[in-house]
Write a protein that binds this ligand. Structure first.
Ligand code: TRP
Length: 333
């Protein structure tokens, strides 16, 4: 931690293979923060159970796969701590204790909770764990006394709740925990191959686990400007998902040319897609290749997570000793 600006914790639920939307929106940003901050990156398997509690058989595989995606994307176990939430059971104890000081009304008001219960398919209604999602997330963050939490905008309500829970806890038991700040990454949403936001639920993703052939095939089938039907038709780059890829991966001078050539009807979509694919593969291909190597070396992946759990567990043990002391729960230990 010496010489670093502070401590970061962030996490992700192991819900499936990660795609280039995750890479551009989250992982590249996390990887870049590793030199400046002491970073903890958590695979939040318990959080994944708040909605997917009825089918957990593939959890070990989902955890492996997200760990591989992370390592391939440049999260570096030499500089950062990569771990699985359930490997550090102190998270459950801190969550339980924070639950005592957290009013239910705060949790019921949380917009992510309201969204989730509107879409519930289980007739039994929302689970206790789902309501407590932000309490568990607060425990994740403050266990490491993180001051900075790099997250997407959708997580801001959870961050605000963490801050409120911290204030209430500190008020009762002394100023043990810092109030963490969110760090929002600036990036434009990555469109999927159908032009909508890239998302597993739309089945429009380019995954980090795809082969280069699959990437090329998907890019070839990408939607373009719907008004540009024939080669010579003038195009509208600002309405075209392929142009977003050109903007992400091509250099600015070439981008201006593409824009002009497309608008003049001189550049065909097939050609444009081929160029975007080349640039994409130059930028992300190395991540995909590293990923393929790591997928064949699960021993290494498991070792990283084991060592990460040891490092995280040591910090968690210290924090919990402090918390038990502050709450007078350590008298007969
Ligand atoms: N709720 C986060 C998400 O869905 C995952 C998460 C769990 C998290 N614990 C965290 C994020 C702690 C930041 C900090 O993406």
């Amino acid at each position: 931690m010496l010489g670093k600006k502070g401590r970061i914790l962030s996490g992700h639920r192991p819900t499936g293979l990660l795609h280039i939307g995750h890479y551009e929106g989250t992982l590249r940003n996390w990887a870049a923060l590793q030199d400046e901050y002491d970073c903890f990156f958590e695979i939040a398997d318990w959080h994944a159970l708040t909605t997917g509690y009825d089918d957990t058989a593939d959890m070990p595989e989902r955890i492996e796969q997200i760990a591989i995606d992370w390592l391939a994307s440049g999260l570096d176990p030499e500089r950062s701590t990569l771990f699985v939430q359930s490997h550090v059971p102190e998270h459950a104890e801190l969550c339980l204790l924070l639950g005592m000081v957290t009013p239910v009304s705060w949790l019921e008001r949380c917009p992510t909770y309201k969204d989730q219960i509107a879409n519930l398919s289980d007739g039994a209604g929302p689970g206790y764990g789902l309501l407590g999602y932000p309490v568990l997330q607060a425990a994740d963050i403050i266990m490491y006394k993180a001051n900075v939490v790099p997250v997407g905008e959708d997580q801001l309500p959870h961050l605000e709740l963490t801050r409120e829970i911290v204030r209430r806890f500190n008020n009762f038991f002394g100023g043990i925990f810092p109030e963490p700040d969110a760090l929002l990454a600036e990036f434009a949403a990555v469109p999927g191959i159908d032009g909508r936001k890239m998302s597993k639920s739309y089945d429009n993703t380019i995954n980090l686990s795809d082969t280069l052939d699959e990437v090329a095939r998907k890019m070839k089938s990408m939607f373009t400007d719907p008004e540009k039907l024939r080669m010579g038709d003038p195009g509208h780059p600002e309405r075209c998902p392929v142009f977003v890829y050109q903007r992400m991966y091509n250099d600015p001078a070439r981008l201006d040319e593409i824009k002009m050539q497309c608008e003049a009807g001189e550049l065909g979509c097939v050609q444009c897609k081929l160029e975007a694919t080349e640039r994409l593969i130059e930028a992300v291909g190395p991540v995909m290749e590293r990923r393929a190597e790591l997928a064949g070396n699960l021993d290494l992946v498991h070792r990283v997570l084991r060592e990460g759990a040891e490092k995280a567990g040591a910090v968690a043990a210290d924090t919990m000793a402090e918390v038990r002391g502050a709450m007078s729960l350590d008298s007969t230990r």
